[in-house]
Write a protein that binds this ligand. Structure first.
Ligand code: SF4
Ligand code: F3S
Length: 110
């Protein structure tokens, strides 16, 4: 079991989730974060701080976002760890709550 970042993070990247994590699970790409499933200790401390409810217990991930389980595992191997909160993307508030953002995910290392 692990926690997973889903579609709502894309183009927002508020990073409120980062500081509460006791084990530095978060990895940063150009326009989203992902969680390393091998590091996550299932503490759930990152869930409530996210302003767009992008973080899920793997078991609670909506059916249409199940591909994010593999995506978090894959991209956490490619992207650098982020350990401190930083400013969100400049147009984060415009993208908050929008659906259909999956195709906008940028894979190039952050
Ligand atoms: Fe880190 Fe806990 Fe969130 Fe896992 S559930 S990413 S260990 S804060
Ligand atoms: Fe993304 Fe929410 Fe964290 S928008 S960076 S999962 S606080």
């Amino acid at each position: 079991m692990t926690f997973v970042i889903g579609e709502a993070c894309i183009n927002c990247k508020y990073t409120d989730c980062v500081d509460p994590c006791p084990v530095d699970c978060f990895h940063e790409g150009p326009n989203t974060l992902v969680i390393d499933p091998d590091e996550c200790i299932d503490c759930a401390l990152c869930v409530d701080p996210c302003p767009v409810d992008a973080v899920f217990d793997e078991a609670d991930l909506p059916e249409d976002q199940h591909h994010f389980i593999e995506l978090n595992a894959e991209l956490s191997l490619l992207w650098p760890v982020i350990t401190d909160q930083k400013d969100p993307l400049s147009d984060a508030d415009d993208w908050a709550g929008k659906e259909g953002k999956f195709e906008l995910l940028e894979r190039a290392a952050g």
